[in-house]
Write a protein that binds this ligand. Structure first.
Ligand code: GLN
Length: 425
């Protein structure tokens, strides 16, 4: 059988192809000459599967889509404190190239606008790095997200530098507030090289999937940044990634995203997929017109909006019944699926309300696919309290889905591989 997913993507591209509104970025002359008909879309799953349609291997410059990844590298290289001291996390509601800084401190409002991104660029790599080494750190970091070595488009870089008056003005303003501590021209030059790295829609899909996968590139298996860094980056993408269109995007699409003026657009849905599109004509916010339409369609067709309410956690308790009678009775709580706080609360309630005189209680995890840390601690606390009340508590956990099953206080739960081991008299 042929996968229906690439066919779906082709259909979606066909539906937006007739929209020729907007125009390629004009302020970077080299971008104005891009073929405006180019069109591509990619879904990259957290398992490393990549689906695509259209011109998915055509390369274009990454531009502002580099910003979330550079922010991630700065956080990883310098730590949260050092980065937050210099770049805020508040949406600006302004255009990406607005010449404005936070009153007083002079901090850029967030790392998705140019002022914040230029600052984040200066914070990559260890302190004291020279400009060339820093650019190398940026290239190798972005390459790790993509899973292949990226290269710059020298002509786009030169073309943008020739007209980088706004970014240079921002750089000088940052320098005057000591947010930048080196020559602003050198930093803007490095930032512009970062923006001129060539990527394909396929690359962007994998980069987005690396964020969706908590910082591990799902194709290469490399951990590029830590999970807390990814959480920070996705949060800022969701509030600031689409500049002065961030509110519309949050309500209509609801996927943390970032656009670039060459026409690329990425979205990362935690735990599910990275999405990338490419189409060079931009709307007045500097976001790809057909890219925005595609994301709106993907989000509504596939229920990808982050605020879509997931199925209720009550499905976690698959069954709750007693096997046997009298002194041999075993209360069996059979759980299933992924268990997080709300699911674990359901198990706690079930235990409080139904466990009575049964000498044995078995918590059957055979059909559980994941347990997060809070759920793990809650289940172990249930086991601890039931044990202290005099029950013999079994965890049926053939795949060791619950790590380190020690409830503390010297209490021991009995871990078995099969429910039969708990019910045999
Ligand atoms: N290099 C571009 C700039 O700094 C990136 C802007 C963008 O993609 N929105 O103006």
């Amino acid at each position: 059988m042929r996968s229906p997913i690439p066919d779906y993507l082709s259909d979606a591209l066909g539906d937006v192809a007739s929209d020729t509104s907007g125009a390629p970025a004009g302020y970077i002359p080299e971008l104005a000459t891009a073929d405006p008909e180019r069109l591509a879309a990619v879904f990259a799953t957290v398992d490393g599967e990549v689906y695509g349609a259209g011109h998915l291997d055509v390369r274009f410059t990454i531009q502002s889509i580099s910003k979330p990844f550079i922010y991630a590298l700065a956080l990883a290289d310098r730590g949260f404190g050092a980065v937050l001291d210099k770049v805020g996390v508040e949406p600006s509601g302004e255009a990406f190239n607005e010449i404005s800084l936070e009153g007083g401190s002079g901090r850029p409002l967030n790392p998705m606008i140019n002022a914040g991104a230029i600052t984040a660029h200066s914070l990559t790599g260890p302190e004291g790095l020279g400009p060339a080494e820093r650019v190398e750190r940026v290239i190798s970091g972005l390459s790790a997200f993509a899973g292949r070595r990226l290269e710059a488009d020298e002509s786009v870089w030169a073309s943008e530098m020739e007209h980088a008056h706004r970014n240079l003005a921002i750089g000088h303003m940052l320098r005057s507030h000591d947010i930048l501590t080196e020559d602003p021209t050198t930093v803007v030059d490095g930032y512009t090289r970062q923006c001129s790295l060539l990527v394909s829609t396929r690359d962007l899909g994998v980069m987005a999937a690396t964020l969706a996968n908590g910082g591990v590139n799902p194709r290469s298996g490399e951990r590029v940044v830590s999970a807390p860094v990814v959480r920070q980056v996705l949060s800022v993408m969701s509030t600031c990634g689409m500049y002065d269109a961030a509110g519309d995007w949050a309500t209509q699409v609801g996927i943390p995203a970032k656009s670039g003026v060459a026409g690329g657009l990425i979205g990362a849905l935690p735990g599910q997929i990275g999405i990338a599109t490419f189409s060079p004509r931009l709307d007045p916010h500097g976001n790809s017109v057909r890219g925005v339409s595609l994301f709106e369609r993907f989000s509504s067709d596939m229920g990808l909006h982050l605020m879509e309410v997931p199925p209720a956690a009550r499905a976690v308790v698959r069954s709750n019944h007693v096997v046997g009678a009298g002194p041999d009775a075993v209360r069996v709580l059979q759980l299933q699926g992924g268990i997080r706080f709300a699911g674990a609360e359901r198990v706690v309630r079930e235990a409080v309300e139904t466990v009575r005189a049964e000498a044995r209680v078995a918590v059957d995890l055979t059909m559980v696919s994941s347990i997060d840390d809070v759920a793990r601690r809650m289940l172990l606390e249930v086991a601890r309290r039931l044990t202290l009340e005099g029950h013999r508590v079994y965890l049926v956990d053939p795949d060791s889905i619950l790590p380190d099953p020690d409830p503390g206080d010297g209490v021991r739960v009995i871990v078995v591989g099969d429910l039969d081991e708990t019910t045999s008299p």
